[in-house]
Design a protein around this ligand. Structure first.
Ligand SMILES: Nc1nc2c(c(=O)[nH]1)N[C@H]1C(S)=C(S)[C@@H](COP(=O)(O)O)O[C@H]1N2
Ligand SMILES: [Mo]
Length: 200
């Protein structure tokens, strides 16, 4: 979601390429609360649904779903941005369809990881802004420290919303807050509006 400058026609400057308060890095920092869980593909399972309907996907079932590739910029709330990262996986909208969940009836999503981490999102946002559950990074399996075997990728929000080692996407009619949101971070987390903390 970069500004296109079609209106003024002026060339993009580096400061135009990242949201306010962000700095570009070529590194790929690792930010994890606690140790990385080791989840092998043979036991990995993704559960998507709400209280009434849910579906679980084994690794093989997940691999059998239509796969997409995207190139997106990452924006961490600790001020680093990494541009042009390429990921492959399955659109969350595809998972919602397979699980037969109605995002209007249960609009609040909580992404839960294999360890004690969760983050809240809006189900319809995950569809509209093409969030994915990704299993490859730059054409290779995602390294464990970056969330392998599978992580959520929510390109339009700060990176804490992209839960690593995602295990469950749970929809509900009422909102529940995740790990950082409970700890004072912004409920929505739009980097372009600099929504870092509650009240921003
Ligand atoms: N399961 C889990 N997912 C997580 C985190 C975490 O601690 N646990 N940290 C979040 C934060 S704050 C950021 S910035 C990104 C970091 O992703 P990276 O380590 O691949 O750079 O993961 C997000 N997803
Ligand atoms: Mo972060």
């Amino acid at each position: 979601m970069r500004p296109t400058h079609a209106f003024t026609g002026r060339p993009a400057r580096p400061s135009d390429l990242v949201p306010p308060g962000q700095f570009i890095t070529d590194e790929f920092p690792v930010l994890t609360a606690g140790p990385s869980p080791l989840v092998s593909r043979s036991v990995w399972e993704l559960i998507v649904g709400n209280e009434e309907e849910s579906r679980s996907f084994t690794w093989e079932e997940f691999e059998g779903l239509p796969q997409e590739q995207v190139t997106v910029d990452l924006h961490c709330v600790t001020h680093w941005s990494k541009l042009n990262t390429t990921w492959g996986g399955v659109l969350v909208s595809t998972l919602f369809e397979a699980a037969r969940v109605d995002t209007h009836e249960t609009p609040y999503a909580l992404a839960m990881s294999y360890h004690d981490y969760s983050t809240n999102l809006l189900a319809q946002d995950l569809v509209r802004y093409k969030a994915l559950v990704v299993t490859s990074y730059e054409g290779e399996p995602i390294p464990v420290e970056h969330g392998g075997p599978a992580r959520l990728l929510v390109p339009h929000l700060y990176l804490w919303k992209s839960a690593k080692w995602v295990h469950r996407i749970q929809l509900s009619a009422t909102e529940r807050h995740g790990f950082w949101e409970t700890g004072g971070y912004h409920n929505y987390g739009d980097p372009w509006r600099e929504q870092r903390y509650q009240g921003d």
